[in-house]
Design a binder for this molecule. Structure first.
Ligand code: R5P
Length: 297
């Protein structure tokens, strides 16, 4: 196969540059800006005819990004691109996977349908799979899922002696167990009741025997931060002294990040699936490896 051409929608992200370097492929050139009225101007400057395209775009703030992403894909297609692979390290709209109240729209399904119309394959990192067990339940294109577990486990092994991993809710068990196994440390799972977007309640099981360990809260998404912040409060009440928080996807809506910085914990850190100043764990080798497998190299 000819070497792919890589474009990244969020220009100059550390992750995009690193994936490009590791693939050793051509970097696509394009021009993207807004007209004074806010509409998108897009111009593709690279030759894409008969080429495989890798389009890197982390889909946090998806409503702001989706139109330009679809324009991009459409333009590549019309310019003769052979195959367009979307690398969306953060895949949006996975959490509304059920109608909890009458009339609620299951947006995860609609979003998946749109992405599948415009792309030939998808590579993503730890998508939020709760009531769906696999992306194939809603995505009809080939999907490859990169897991952050081994990179997180390596960070924990290198930086946190005597760790106890803590998952804030039942969904988190799938990745917390994996990280704990790879880091060779114990783990426990809390019980979470969500009362609203910003109101969560967590209860801590018996952790007396591990109280002197460093608690490492691990979750896939840190959005408002309330899941972790509430867990921090509970752990402190139990006398746990050293607390770390690790998230795969650094959304940090509104003031969330500042709340962590003021919470008196040792450190809050994330993987670079979404670019953020808390990024400490690089996922580019795993993503490049997954792309390599997709291209059969
Ligand atoms: C929930 O189901 C996810 O795994 C995360 O726990 C959740 O998205 C975190 O959200 P927040 O930071 O707003 O509490």
């Amino acid at each position: 196969m000819t070497s792919p051409v890589l474009f990244h929608l969020d220009e100059n992200t550390v992750l995009g540059k690193k994936i490009h370097k590791q693939l050793g492929c051509e970097m696509g050139k394009w021009e993207l800006r807004n007209f004074p009225d806010g509409e998108t101007y897009l111009r593709i400057l690279s030759q894409v005819e008969d080429k495989t395209i890798v389009l890197v775009a982390s889909l946090n703030q998806p409503d702001e990004k989706i139109l330009r992403l679809l324009f991009f894909s459409q333009a590549l297609r019309e310019s003769g691109a052979k195959k367009i692979v979307l690398v969306a390290p953060y895949l949006a709209y996975m959490r509304q996977d059920k109608a909890f109240h009458e009339g609620e729209v299951i947006t995860s399904r609609y979003f998946a349908r749109i992405i599948c119309q415009y792309f030939d394959a998808l590579v993503t990192v730890d998508p939020h799979l709760h009531r769906y067990h696999a992306l194939s339940e809603i995505y009809t294109i080939p999907c490859r899922v990169v897991h952050a577990a081994s990179s997180m486990a390596a960070w924990i092994r290198a930086h946190v002696p005597q760790a106890l991993l803590i998952g804030p809710d039942s969904e988190s068990q799938q990745w917390v167990r994996e990280v704990a196994q790879q880091a060779a440390v114990p783990y426990t799972i809390l019980e979470k009741i969500r009362h609203g977007d910003e109101k969560v309640q967590v209860s801590i099981p018996q952790i007396e025997e591990w109280k002197d360990r460093s608690a490492v809260l691990v979750d896939d998404i840190i959005s408002t931060g309330h899941t972790m912040l509430e867990s921090i409060q509970q752990l402190k009440k139990l006398g746990v002294k050293r607390i770390y928080c690790i998230g795969v996807h650094a959304i940090f809506a509104g003031e969330a990040y500042n709340l962590f910085l003021k919470s008196g914990i040792e450190q809050v850190l994330t993987c670079n699936a979404i670019e953020h100043s808390s990024n400490k764990i690089d996922l580019s080798p795993e993503i490049a490896k997954s792309l390599g497998k997709l291209f059969g190299s």
